[in-house]
Each structure stands twice: as structure tokens, then as C-alpha cells.
Design a protein around this ligand. Structure first.
Ligand SMILES: *Cc1c(COP(=O)(O)O)cnc(C)c1O
Length: 362
């Protein structure tokens, strides 16, 4: 018997869909790929090489460790580390040919002292998020010699509200970034994340840094999703319960069960990243039938009302689609009161993972 036959959930990740999403975005503007947090939970070791094969040459991760893990899989590509080095870590970066993103005057000074103009860096300018990056004032206070020593080949900034096209903060951040980059016009500039790509050409600069859109999250929440769905999660039914007398379902007895109701208990729960907040709100598909999540999500189990589903599929071993074409990552996030990013990065470790595609060359 294969491993699949015992897993509570099967997570299928379509590498071709990720590659297609990257290609579609790259038709709008040149794109790096953000593969931090294990490619948003989907497996950077599979995703990044598939993108590299398709022509992607620049990758962003958050941490040094993520970069080191990817380096042997991406021998040719540039790997930029968003968090930059912690004090004293500079030599480790160059040992792995990583490009640090310098976020503060301290990181910049330390890199400059180490690099002496030899090893390249990216500078992150804070255009309004007050999170990471040098503020306009801090940037202006760096003297020319120190700036040169840090050898910045890229200038980055990050948008706070790019998924809200009409938000005035977008234009404010754009204007501040444009002003700040005057100091280093020769550096390649990048402002747009996934949603920023859809704000128009002014936001494109030299390249964009999409993450979420590669993985199927809608970068234009006010419009139909232009991206392909990437992840499909199927939860397996362990047992059926035909309710014979009035009662309740699950912890807290939050759902009133009625006689005649057919319930399916699926072997996926909040320990798998199937959020507890989906209790009473989630849904799935058994065959062609939409089935409602009833009661609370348990650690390892979730119940669905499958009274309306095809009798053929109503049996232990059948799979309920919990994420996919019909339960999109954004729809699941909406039901859980969160964003698609959190759904993906929480996807559990107990699922049987299947990767499809990713073999294409161009
Ligand atoms: C995570 C991240 C991105 C990617 O953002 P998405 O919204 O997922 O496209 C781009 N740039 C920076 C600095 C990030 O931290």
C-alpha cells in the first residue's frame, strides 16, 4: 500500500501553476520571486528550482538559514536575504554568495566596514511602513563614503496598502521612494510586491518582488483573481454518522444535530493549520456537492454535513476538497477571518504532499 492510503490529508502543489503565475506577472514587469517562509508553506526546495528552470534569476528569502538551505539548489541565482545580517554575520553571507538587504544604519555601516566596496548589497528604504528600512532622514545622513563602501546595487522599498488600489498611501510611498532613490540613480530599484504590480507602471521600477500571487492568492482583491490556484487540499473521511436522535456535534456542542443528518468526520484539524476559526463557517466539496463544516474544528478532526452529497461518495476513505479550485485560498481565508498568506504558511506537516509539474524548460 502506498503512503497516501493512510494520510488524513493530501496536499497537492502544482508547480506548473506557480511557474505560469510567475510568467504571467513577468509579462507585466520583470519579476524576482519571494520564496520566504518555505515558499509560503508550499516547499521552497521544490518551488525555487522550478522557477529557476523557468528563467527566474533572483530570489528573496527572509532569513539567512532559508538562504543557506536554498543555495545548493540554486547554484546560479541571486539570493537576497530580507532580514539582512545580524551583527558579525557579514562573512557568513559572502561565504554563501548571499546578498544582504540592509535595513538600518547599523546594518549598512557593518556591511560597509566588511565589504569595503567589494561585496554587493541591497538597501531597504522605509517609505512609510515604519517596520524595516532606512528612513529618509537616516538615508540622507549616511555619508557618501560609507554608502560606497556598502556597495548597494539594489534599492528596495515595500508598500503597506498595495492591495487597496485607491488607498492614498500608495502614491505617498511612491513619491517618497522616487525622491529617495535620486541619491543612487544607478542602483536597480524595486517597490512592488504582488499587488503593487497591479498599481500601474509607475510602481514597477526595475523589477517587482511577488510572493503571494505566485502561490494563487488574489493580488487584486477588488477584482476576479488573475492567478491560477496552486494548492489543493483533500481531507479524508474517517467515519460517517447518521444522526438518529436530536443532539450536537463536536466540542462545546455548538452545532445542533438533527435526526437524519449525515455527518462525515474528516482527519484534518487545527493542528494541520486548518484553522479553528473555521468552526461553523468553513466549507468543502464532496464530489460536486458543497458541504458545510459543522461544529468546531478539533485538533485532528473536522465534521461536515454531507446530507446532500452523492451516496456513492459518502463513505470512509472518500476525500472532501478543503482547498482548491472551488475553495480558493482567499475563500478559505475569508471564512477563517484571515488572509490567504496565513492559510498557506500554516499548511500542516502531516499532509501527504504531492508535487505535480515543474519539469518544463524554456
Ligand atoms: C514578503 C515580501 C514581499 C512579497 O509580498 P507579497 O505580498 O507576498 O507579494 C515583497 N517584498 C518584501 C520586502 C516582503 O517582505
Amino acid at each position: 500500500m502506498s503512503e497516501i492510503d493512510q494520510s488524513g490529508g493530501i496536499l497537492t502543489i502544482d508547480l506548473d501553476a506557480i511557474v505560469e503565475n510567475w510568467r504571467d506577472l513577468s509579462k507585466i514587469t520583470p519579476c524576482a520571486a519571494v520564496v520566504k517562509a518555505d515558499a509560503y508553506g508550499l516547499g521552497a526546495a521544490k518551488v525555487a528550482p522550478a522557477l529557476a528552470k523557468a528563467g527566474c534569476q533572483r530570489f528573496f528569502v527572509a532569513s539567512f538559514d532559508e538562504a543557506v538551505a536554498l543555495r545548493p539548489l540554486l547554484p546560479e541565482a541571486e539570493i537576497l536575504v530580507l532580514n539582512g545580517p545580524f551583527p558579525g554575520g557579514e562573512a557568513d553571507f559572502t561565504a554563501h554568495h548571499l546578498i544582504p538587504v540592509l535595513n538600518s544604519p547599523e546594518q549598512l555601516a557593518a556591511w560597509g566596514a566588511f565589504s569595503q566596496g567589494k561585496w554587493p548589497s541591497a538597501i531597504h528604504l522605509d517609505s512609510g511602513m515604519n517596520r524595516l528600512g532606512l528612513s529618509a532622514r537616516e538615508f540622507s545622513q549616511i555619508d557618501d563614503k560609507a554608502l560606497k563602501a556598502a556597495h548597494p546595487v539594489y534599492l528596495l522599498s515595500h508598500l503597506a496598502c498595495s492591495e487597496e488600489k485607491e488607498n492614498p498611501m500608495n502614491a505617498q510611498q511612491l513619491a517618497l521612494f522616487q525622491a529617495m532613490r535620486q541619491r543612487l540613480p544607478e542602483a536597480n530599484s524595486s517597490l512592488a510586491n504582488s499587488s503593487g504590480i497591479f498599481l500601474g507602471g509607475d510602481y514597477h521600477f526595475d523589477f517587482a518582488r511577488p510572493g503571494a500571487a505566485l502561490y494563487g492568492v488574489n493580488p487584486t482583491p477588488e477584482k476576479a483573481n488573475p492567478m491560477r490556484q496552486v494548492a489543493r487540499l483533500e481531507g479524508r473521511i474517517i467515519q460517517l454518522r447518521c444522526v438518529d436522535s436530536p443532539g450536537s456535534v463536536g466540542y462545546g456542542a455548538t452545532h445542533a444535530a438533527r435526526p437524519g443528518q449525515l455527518l462525515a468526520t474528516v482527519a484534518v484539524g487545527y493542528a494541520d493549520g486548518y484553522f479553528r476559526a473555521l468552526g461553523g463557517k468553513g466549507f468543502g466539496y464532496l464530489g460536486e456537492t458543497q458541504v458545510k463544516l459543522v461544529g468546531r474544528v478539533s485538533m485532528d478532526l473536522t465534521s461536515f454535513d454531507i446530507s446532500d452529497a452523492s451516496e456513492v461518495l459518502a463513505r470512509p476513505g472518500s476525500f472532501i476538497e478543503l482547498l482548491g479550485e472551488r475553495v480558493t485560498v482567499d475563500a478559505l481565508a475569508g471564512a477563517a477571518g484571515t488572509i490567504g498568506y496565513e492559510i498557506l504558511t500554516a499548511l500542516g506537516r502531516r499532509y501527504h504532499r504531492v508535487y505535480v509539474g515543474g519539469e518544463t524548460t524554456c
